[in-house]
Design a protein around this ligand. Structure first.
Ligand code: GLY
Length: 348
């Protein structure tokens, strides 16, 4: 078992191990005084893992309930949230009870936001079951729902009480869902760790998966501890995301995963910065090889110019500048505040 502790506005542990869902009730018992625990999950994860977690909660002495909603990004909305609030009031969940987010990023974000807002805040525990959720979204306390105007536009910072990463749950992921998470793994390597990058290039991921998850969460933990509320260093986690978000939006959030869009975004921004001499020569080539190794795309049907124009015209963007995350070489990065018109003209 590996354990990392996050010291943010509240402190909490992240447990990384295998075959631990059956002990999740005891782990949760050790961090909360709650009597009732509500598992929030989607229909796919419900059929795979909810019984194990439910039985473990009951064995640990909780009165357990379960709220299940249809899988997919379209469920991360106010309708599902309102149904969840209604379920919590029907179950007479009080401020001293807790929620258990069992699933991927959609489940974690929605449950976290419900925990941040129901009765002005109750405890929640993250049990992430996708690679993306284990290395990124379950850690750091960003919670949100989508609204018709855009993704994650309504949210709150709310740190979980505990994160339980059972690496065995990744064995049931579809290959493209695993690759989705690898987009974020490659991002961590590019922004902070040349040695992680080398490991990704030179190993079979199945042989190093537990170590890689531990290392990625460690990188995220360090960044979140320095900048919990995303006003500085945490922006480094957005490497590849400025153009990546534009790609996702232009695809109407269908037909391309977040990790694929981020992979293309990382390649495009690195091509620009390497051409301008800001990034060490050869970095783009190395990045592309890694992205391809993990079955992610290096380009999409939109050109960099089209995507940059989308960034300029984005109605949600305020001001004349944009914060770009640039890798100066593999494993090192910086945030550059750039005039948006300059960015469009290929300058930085
Ligand atoms: N997923 C980026 C962040 O947590 O800041």
């Amino acid at each position: 078992m590996e354990k990392l502790t996050v010291h943010a506005s509240t402190s909490y542990d992240i447990i990384i191990d295998r075959n631990i869902l059956s002990d999740s009730g005891n782990m949760i018992k050790s961090v909360t005084k709650a009597n009732k625990a509500v598992i929030v999950t989607d229909d796919i994860v419900n059929s795979l893992y909810a019984d194990t977690v439910y039985n473990s909660l009951v064995s640990a002495g909780f009165s357990a309930e379960k709220f299940v909603f249809p899988n997919g990004e379209s469920s991360k909305c106010s309708e599902t949230l309102n149904k969840l609030y209604g379920f919590l009031t029907d179950c007479e969940i009080t401020r001293s009870d807790c929620l258990v987010a069992l699933g991927g990023g959609v489940v974690g974000d929605l449950t976290g936001y419900a925990a941040a807002t129901y009765l002005r805040g109750i405890d929640y525990i993250q049990i992430p079951t996708t690679l993306l959720a284990q290395v990124d979204s379950s850690v750091g306390g960003k919670t949100a729902i989508d609204i018709p105007e855009g993704k994650n536009l309504v949210g709150a910072f709310k740190q979980p009480k505990l994160v339980i990463c059972d690496v065995d749950t990744l064995s049931t992921l579809k290959p493209e869902t695993f690759a989705d998470g690898m987009g974020e793994v490659i991002k961590y390597a590019m922004i902070t760790s040349g040695s992680l990058f080398e490991k990704l290039m030179n190993s079979d991921i199945n042989d190093i998966l537990d170590d890689v998850i531990y290392e990625c969460i460690g990188i995220k933990r360090d960044i979140v501890e320095n900048d919990e509320f995303d006003t500085g260093e945490r922006m480094l986690l957005n490497f590849g995301h400025t153009l990546g978000h534009a790609i996702e939006k232009l695809y109407n959030y269908t037909g391309i995963t977040h990790g694929s869009a981020v992979a293309v975004g990382m390649c495009m921004i690195t091509e620009m910065s390497e051409n301008l001499g800001i990034t060490e020569a050869g970095t783009l080539d190395r990045l592309k090889k890694c992205v391809e190794k993990y079955s992610l795309p290096t380009e999409c049907k939109f050109s960099a110019d089209e995507l940059k124009k989308h960034c300029v015209n984005d109605k949600k963007r305020s001001g004349k500048t944009i914060n770009l995350v640039i890798c100066t070489k593999t494993g090192a990065s910086t945030i550059k505040r750039v005039d948006i018109e300059k960015f469009c003209n290929g300058e930085m």
